[in-house]
Design a binder for this molecule. Structure first.
Ligand SMILES: *[C@@H]1O[C@H](CO)[C@@H](O)[C@H](O)[C@H]1NC(C)=O
Ligand SMILES: *[C@@H]1O[C@H](CO)[C@@H](O)[C@H](O)[C@H]1NC(C)=O
Ligand SMILES: *[C@@H]1O[C@H](CO)[C@@H](O)[C@H](O)[C@H]1NC(C)=O
Ligand SMILES: *[C@@H]1O[C@H](CO)[C@@H](O)[C@H](O)[C@H]1NC(C)=O
Ligand SMILES: *[C@@H]1O[C@H](CO)[C@@H](O)[C@H](O)[C@H]1NC(C)=O
Ligand SMILES: *[C@@H]1O[C@H](CO)[C@@H](O)[C@H](O)[C@H]1NC(C)=O
Length: 502
């Protein structure tokens, strides 16, 4: 393990071949290696794990690499490779035993090479953040018994998703491509994560997914999905983002009754309060996915957040930007674990259900741009983690609930309603409409009291787990754009992140 050192020139010289050819594990990541693929590796017949990620290696990935008979773990991500040399093969057969191949964030262009379908042991394939074009090879179906993670996010892939692609996949991410057509159906897949965001998929709501009892994350954001979404039930689903599509129709009152995971994550709060910074960061350990980390990028308050390790405990529901109508189902109050709820930009009518007051973990609530009427339920005033809310562009009337959170909102969160009023609204809009001078003395003393309250509320939030986790979420965005660690074949953990999280 020479990772994090600098020996750019030496890596390419024959004279620097390690004395033995019996290395089984080699980590040359973040060594500032530029130039072409280190030829010296060609003779390392026993090599099982090779990590040359985070360098500036260019050119083609050599064909002989796939002839190293023991190679299982191959990490090439964050380099500037442009393509693959065709591996020598006998009758289209490759003897390679590569199981985990991570090649994200390179400059790979052209079509995804079909020899990948001959890697019959392949379990994790990550080719995200490249310039692959053409379509997803149909022969990926050949890998269906071994492949468990497929990540092709951020490429330029066209065409449809192959019908038999789901196979044994646990995680499929094809977000940010140009895919069209429909979602492939599979009624017996161990799928946990499905992310097809930002494509041109034109399909109705995949009700059949509720047969997939392991499904935890579903992201259909920004596609051409359409039609009704009533009658769905998802026992394990924790993250659902179907925003910016054309879903329509109403949701029955009991809509969320069978969404058990969002009602209770199974871990009690006691346990979660013991989760400290390190535990959260290395949570992947528990589930033994080892090498690769699932991640999902979600929107919150106009910012992209990349969830990596806290993915296991995050709960969010985003139905925004559709054509949903009718009342917001009262059963939404059952989803007690939910942190982020976005129903904005729809045609919801009627009152905001007071059952929302039961969502004690809620940190962000956006119901803006609907046709909601009646009052804002006073129950929302007691949600102590609710740091962001937006009620603007509705037909709401009556007093804005008390509680410090309401007073600290941005004034635009209440604009364009029929008749909202009250001290909290005045507080929120204080900077916008300067208070009348004759009330100033009275308001000064009141404001001091409220500021103290704000400070103690922030202190309370910092001292409690959801507050920390939200902080972590945001901190994590800043540092999470490359794998933080991986487990080598001996199970030893090596940490390679040199960035710090504040
Ligand atoms: C894919 O990219 C290659 C290289 O940039 C280009 O030559 C080819 O025309 C592209 N093919 C398609 C179908 O866009
Ligand atoms: C989706 O496909 C239908 C036909 O099946 C078509 O009428 C509709 O315009 C398509 N929607 C989009 C956004 O492409
Ligand atoms: C809610 O969704 C809308 C539309 O998708 C988006 O513009 C808005 O920023 C989201 N609200 C929050 C609080 O993330
Ligand atoms: C909130 O939850 C409690 C207990 O779980 C329940 O009795 C009550 O009816 C709920 N309130 C609403 C408004 O749903
Ligand atoms: C309130 O929100 C608007 C729009 O999101 C933003 O432009 C403005 O700066 C915010 N004002 C304050 C005081 O934060
Ligand atoms: C509230 O939502 C409206 C419309 O969706 C948006 O224009 C405004 O900036 C939002 N306010 C804040 C503080 O995010």
């Amino acid at each position: 393990d020479l990772s994090g050192n600098h020996f750019s020139a030496a890596a390419n010289k024959k004279s620097s071949v390690p004395p033995s050819q019996s290395l089984v594990y080699m980590d040359l990541s973040q060594c500032g290696i530029n130039g072409f693929f280190p030829e010296l590796l060609k003779t390392q017949q026993r090599l099982r794990t090779l990590d040359i990620s985070n360098n500036k290696i260019k050119g083609l990935v050599p064909g002989w690499l796939w002839m190293l008979p023991n190679l299982e773990n191959l990490e090439l991500s964050n380099n500037t490779f442009t393509g693959f040399e065709r591996p020598p093969s006998k009758h289209g057969l490759l003897l390679s035993h590569v199981r985990n191949f991570l090649g994200s964030n390179n400059n790979f262009t052209g079509e995804i090479p079909s020899f990948i379908c001959a890697l019959r042991s392949l379990s994790i394939l990550d080719l995200s953040r490249n310039n692959f074009n053409g379509s997803i090879p149909l022969c990926f179906g050949n890998l269906k018994s071994s492949l468990s993670v497929l990540n092709l996010r951020h490429n330029r892939l066209h065409g449809g998703l192959p019908e038999n692609i789901l196979g044994n996949l646990r995680s499929l991410d094809v977000g940010h491509n140009h895919l069209t057509g429909k979602l492939p159906r599979s009624l017996s897949s161990p799928l946990e994560i499905l992310n097809v965001e930002s494509n041109g998929i034109n399909d109705t709501f995949p009700f059949w997914l509720s047969c997939l009892t392991n499904l935890q994350v579903l992201v259909l954001r920004s596609n051409a999905f359409h039609g009704p979404i009533h009658q769905a039930s998802f026992p394990k689903l924790r993250i659902i983002d179907i925003s910016r599509n054309h879903f329509s129709g109403y949701l029955p009152t009991g809509y969320f009754v069978k969404w058990s995971a969002m009602s209770s994550l199974g871990t009690n709060r006691e346990d979660r309060s013991k989760v400290n910074y390190m535990d959260v960061k290395y949570m992947g350990d528990e589930v033994d996915y080892g090498y690769y980390h699932d991640s999902v990028v979600l929107m919150n308050r106009g910012l992209e957040m990349e969830l990596v390790t806290i993915l296991k405990i995050y709960t969010t529901l985003d139905f925004s930007g559709n054509e949903l109508e009718g009342e917001i189902p009262k059963s939404i109050g059952l989803l007690k674990e939910i942190r982020v709820l976005n129903l904005s930009n729809n045609g919801f009518t009627g009152r905001i259900p007071s059952s929302l007051g039961n969502l004690t973990a809620l940190e962000s609530l956006d119901v803006s741009r609907n046709k909601l009427s009646g009052e804002i339920p006073q129950e929302l005033g007691s949600l102590s983690y609710l740091a962001y809310m937006n009620f603007s562009h509705n037909q709401l009337v009556g007093p804005v609930p008390g509680g410090t959170q309401f007073g600290t909102q941005n004034c635009t969160s209440f604009e364009d309603n029929k008749g909202l009023f009250g001290p909290s609204l005045d507080e929120a809009c204080r900077d916008v409409h300067a208070p009348a001078s004759h009330k100033e003395d009275y308001e000064t003393t009141e404001t001091e009291g409220e500021e103290e309250e704000v400070v103690s509320w922030i202190a309370a939030a910092i001292g409690s787990v959801p507050g920390i986790v939200l902080g972590l979420t945001i901190g994590y965005v800043l540092t999470s754009h490359r794998p933080e660690w991986f487990v080598n074949p001996f199970g030893r953990k090596s940490r390679r992140s040199r960035s710090t999280t504040t």
